[in-house]
Design a protein around this ligand. Sequence first.
Ligand code: ADP
Ligand code: GLC
Length: 484
Amino acid sequence: MSAAARPVLAVASECAPLVKTGGLADVVGALPAALASRGWAIRTLLPGYRGVMKALKRPRVAAELPDLLGTPVRLLAATAGGMDLLILDAPALYDRDGSPYLDAQGNDWPDNDLRFAVLNLAAALIAADGIKGWRPEVVHLHDWQAGLTPLYMASAGAAQPCVMTIHNIAFHGLTGAERLKALGLPAEGFTLDGFEYYGHISALKAGLTGAQAITTVSPTYAQELATEDFGMGLDGVIRARAHDLTGILNGIDTDAWDPTRDPVIRRFSAPGGKAANKRALRAEFGLAPAEGPLCVVVSRLSDQKGLDLLLTALPALTERGGQLALLGSGDRRLENAWLNVAAANPGHVGVRIGYDEGLSHRMFAGADAVLVPSRFEPCGLTQMYGLRYGAVPVVARTGGLADTVIHANAAALAVGCATGITHRPNDPRALAQALSQLAALWSDRRAYRRMQRNAMKHPVGWEASAPRYAALYDRLARERMETR
Ligand code: ADP
Ligand code: GLC
């Protein structure tokens, strides 16, 4: 980080490697390093969840804050994984077992509105007052858990520009109108043009209407968001702000995901080097040797990911000698359905319920293909891990999946630029066709190898996208100077 780097405050509910439930954490964790060489120094404000507090080494008190919405808090500063962190220590809100959002039974914490409102209020006070001479020029908000920040900034007299990044518009952060006072929100903003959503308070809408700029995590998702099919009830808000919305494609951490240096796999630099990993993966999932392609899925098991569609389409793969190894957790019914499929297809379908980062690396290293049949996918990271590790992505043509995979149609195959298979519509029939196309391509091993080589060369890091975030910060900071 250069001495002249300009300060940004990021506000988020997850940040890898400290706390992660999905790709949001990876992206929040990757942006500081990606922006550091481009003149912007990000400090990330996170809740002091139990696991985060345990992982901190030598935290210091960064600033004294008053009680926020009736809750005693401390603001700590720490570094972890090369990141500059601000941690909001509020045991009454965050010192709990369970995930950032859910209790051990899988229900939302009943006080989630307050838990993230307090985080946002702390962000606003940091923006307004600074910390020991450090004051952000730009505030970067991630998803609904940061959405109330512009409202609190306005009340606190902080005028820095905010960027609101939508990682997933399905989650609105809704709470009842009767909570206005408890959350310290301005009643006059509770309107159609403000943060009211069908009689409820919407934290995401507060962010979308209050931020100076909106980004989302792929260009295609940026277009989809403006449509009824994908806007999840907020497409009108998105259309009203279309001029302020850009899609900036996520990257992946190409150091952590590097098949030539990955410590948990047999390393390789070309598709031919995957064979030992494939044998190991088969052994790990109890799969027999087979003629067809070995496919993997690494995913949250939720409606978004379309893995119920794959349950129906799967025979198109297994009947052609293909196999599947699936790692995931989430929806109990889907977990059971997949365990049943594994039991019915011994030696051909292997299922592991759980969350296992190391295993996920071994799966991409050993796989011939990765399947991502999502109903919607703002960006998606696993198709990019697949590209990098020569596991050809078979994906629904939506969101970031459409922006990262070059479909193997006849022309792309003839030119030799295909990296995977995309299908639309996303229904069991089209997915089954995509799986039979995969099996057909697999039987032409030279063409398949070519596709794998293309995939491994496809750029999946932050090189293209980091400058776009930097340019956005530059512009917002400049515009603010000009209006002062
Ligand atoms: P989303 O954020 O919607 O879940 P992404 O593809 O953006 O989807 O990111 C998911 C991230 O979580 C990836 O890094 C993926 O490898 C990881 N992941 C998801 N499920 C598991 C699992 N069961 N075990 C290990 N990693 C997982
Ligand atoms: C969300 C989306 C996913 C995206 C991730 C990181 O969780 O579901 O598509 O890759 O955020 O932006």
